[in-house]
Every structure is written in structure tokens, then in C-alpha cells.
Design a protein around this ligand. Structure first.
Ligand code: AHG
Ligand code: MN
Ligand code: MN
Length: 339
């Protein structure tokens, strides 16, 4: 007998049946996200073949304006999501202010934040990039446009978070707080098919992912941790393996599958860290926690941080639970290394 094939849409519909008050709006919203993901995936895959890689506002040989892929991804996310009647406001890493729903379209009860293309500096080298999204219920009154406050909710209030990774295949991974599910895009059917049900991250990993060129600019606790993971001590499975792609979504995805930890600490050069709380840290934290892992800013659970501005940055330590806890202990000085 052939195996049951579960499409993303079927999975969401079946999951929503557990919520008797579900209106179907969420299912529609996820379908719009999946459509945007397919468009971005298609264009990412042929990025080397067409003029899409030109600078923003460059004119190609046909005299058309060509756009960088991150601009293209941003516009496609907005176009795919603005008209469905599910959202009251959007926010994107690529836009300075919140993105209102055009007046001609109905307003809905959800709020979405997204990083349209994460790891975009990698595109020209054919390295995996991704789209990250985070969905909340609105807190502003219904019937009016959503507000900045709708976009500044702490991460524990997310109703859904996900990412799409454009790699050797395209995958969509998401959670609604009921475990993590991964779907692989079947290019012949054009459908996301369930390939990774109930993803779990190992409690302890053997990979650390960090841009070590920042070493001199880190606080002492981080320096101590990085020296510690490189020491030779087979009894504690050290040295750990180093893997750093430079696309957070790809680095975290790999660590989710194999076990490991991703670090983007604060430094004297970027005292708040680099990554964005709303578009990057919160959605990945929700997913990793739902897979049994942990996400911290060094002192506090990422999902408990209340944002005060839209493009707020945060240090991020995310991955296998024991590894993240150990980093917190190095930061607090509770642990140090000895030669
Ligand atoms: P984005 O492409 O959305 O601007 O994000 C880039 C981020 C993240 O994906 C990656 O892990 C990190 O920047 C890499 O930073 P460094 O080049 O400083 O290592
Ligand atoms: Mn990013
Ligand atoms: Mn980006």
C-alpha cells in the first residue's frame, strides 16, 4: 500500500479541527504564505540565470528595472498577504515602518512580521537563504487598521511561527504551539508535502555556529565558552564541531536536525547584537522551543522579552537545551574553563 501523502493545506485543516472556534482564516493565511514561498523559491532557484541579481534600480538589457532578490521577496510577501482579509497590519525587516493593509481590502484579526530573505548576502554564492515569519492575534480593536502596538507583542504571544528554507530543496517548517512540522516542496506537484513530522532537537548537540571573527569584541563569558568548546576532552565530547553558513535560518535548521547551538552575541561593535527580535529571534525561538530546545538572550528567555521598537535587535543563543543553558552559565560567570 502506498504511503499517505499529507499536503501542507491538509495538515493545517486537520490541525485546525482541534480548535472548534477556528474560522478558516488562519488556514487561508498559511496558504497565502505558502504561495509567496513558492514564488520566492522559484526565483531564488533561477537567480543565477536571470538579471534579478542586479542592484536595486538597475536596468537590465530589456530596459526593465531589476531588483535585488531581497527586495523582490519583500514585495512578493506583501503582495501575497495584503488582500486576503486575514491581516490588520504587517511588518517587514525591509520596511522602516509598519505596512498597513490597503484600504480597498478587508481587515482581519492577525498580525504578521517577516524577514523576507534571511542570509541575503549569500545569494550570489548559491548558498541557502530563507524567509522567516511570525504571526500574532491583534490586540487593537477590530474594524480599524492594526497598529505598531500589535507588532510589539512579546514572542510568547505568537500564534504561529515558521520559516522557509531555499536550499538543495525548499522546505517550510512551522509551529502553532503544537509541535514542529516540516514540509518539503515537491517541484513537480508544486505542493509542500509533510516530510518531517514532529521535529525534535537533541537535548545536547555537537555543533556550535558563530561568526568567530568577532571574538575580540565579545564579553569575557562568551570568549570563555568558545575556548571551552574547542578544548580536547573526549569525556565531554569536546571539541565540538564548528559549522557556520552565515544564514541564520539555515544554521538553525541544520542544528535543529542534528543538535547544536547558534550564537549571535552582543559585542563592543554591536552592543545590542545584530539579529532582530521580531523578524528573526522570536519566530526561531518559538520553533526551537516547540522542538524541545531553548532560546535565550544570555539572561532571559527570548520569548519573554517585551519589544519596545519595531526593528529592535537582540543577542541570540538558540538550539539544544543543554548547550544554551551552558552558555548562560558562562555569561553569568557561574562556569568558566580551565586548561
Ligand atoms: P539578513 O540577510 O536578513 O540581513 O540576515 C543576516 C543575518 C543572519 O542571517 C546571519 O546569520 C547573520 O546575519 C550573519 O551575520 P555575520 O555576517 O555578521 O556573521
Ligand atoms: Mn535576516
Ligand atoms: Mn533579511
Amino acid at each position: 500500500m502506498s504511503k499517505k501523502i499529507i499536503t501542507l493545506t491538509r495538515h493545517i485543516i486537520e490541525e485546525q479541527r482541534n480548535y472548534p472556534t477556528a474560522t478558516g482564516k488562519f488556514t487561508d493565511l498559511m496558504n497565502d504564505i505558502a504561495f509567496a514561498a513558492k514564488l520566492i523559491s522559484y526565483h531564488t532557484n533561477k537567480a543565477g540565470l536571470v538579471d534579478i541579481l542586479g542592484e536595486t534600480e538597475n536596468v537590465n538589457v530589456q530596459g526593465e528595472i531589476v531588483k535585488k532578490l531581497d527586495q523582490f521577496a519583500n514585495e512578493n510577501m506583501i503582495k501575497a498577504l495584503d488582500h486576503g482579509g486575514h491581516l490588520c497590519v504587517m511588518a517587514s525587516e525591509e520596511e522602516e515602518r509598519v505596512i498597513p493593509i490597503p484600504e480597498k481590502y478587508p481587515l482581519g484579526k492577525y498580525v504578521i512580521l517577516f524577514d523576507p530573505l534571511d542570509g541575503s548576502s549569500n545569494i550570489d554564492a548559491n548558498v541557502s537563504v530563507g524567509t522567516i515569519f511570525s504571526i500574532y492575534s491583534r490586540i487593537s480593536p477590530e474594524g480599524r487598521p492594526g497598529t505598531l502596538q500589535d507588532c510589539l507583542q512579546p514572542g510568547f504571544k505568537q500564534v504561529c511561527a515558521g520559516y522557509v528554507i531555499y536550499g538543495s530543496s525548499t522546505m517550510l517548517v512551522y509551529t502553532t504551539g503544537n509541535g514542529v512540522y516540516g514540509f518539503t516542496l515537491d517541484p513537480s506537484y508544486g505542493e509542500f508535502l509533510l516530510s518531517h513530522p514532529r521535529m525534535r532537537i537533541p537535548k545536547k548537540g555537537n555543533i556550535y555556529s558563530v561568526n568567530e571573527s568577532h571574538f575580540d569584541f565579545w564579553e569575557q563569558g562568551i570568549k570563555n565558552y568558545i575556548v571551552y568548546v574547542k578544548q580536547n576532552d573526549p569525556a565531554t565530547s569536546r571539541p565540538m564541531n564548528s559549522r557556520y553558513i552565515g544564514s541564520m535560518v539555515s544554521d538553525v535548521h541544520r542544528n535543529l536536525l542534528y543538535g547544536g547551538v547558534y550564537l549571535y552575541p552582543a559585542s563592543t561593535r554591536s552592543p545590542e547584537g545584530k539579529l532582530r527580535l521580531g523578524y528573526e529571534a522570536n519566530p526561531m525561538a518559538f520553533i526551537v522551543e516547540q522542538a524541545g530546545g531553548k532560546a535565550s538572550n544570555g539572561q532571559q528567555r527570548i520569548l519573554d522579552v517585551t519589544p519596545h521598537e519595531l526593528h529592535q535587535r537582540t543577542p541570540l543563543f538558540i538550539g539544544s537545551e543543554e548547550d544554551v543553558t551552558m552558555i548562560e552559565e558562562f555569561i553569568s560567570g557561574q562556569r568558566t574553563f580551565s586548561r
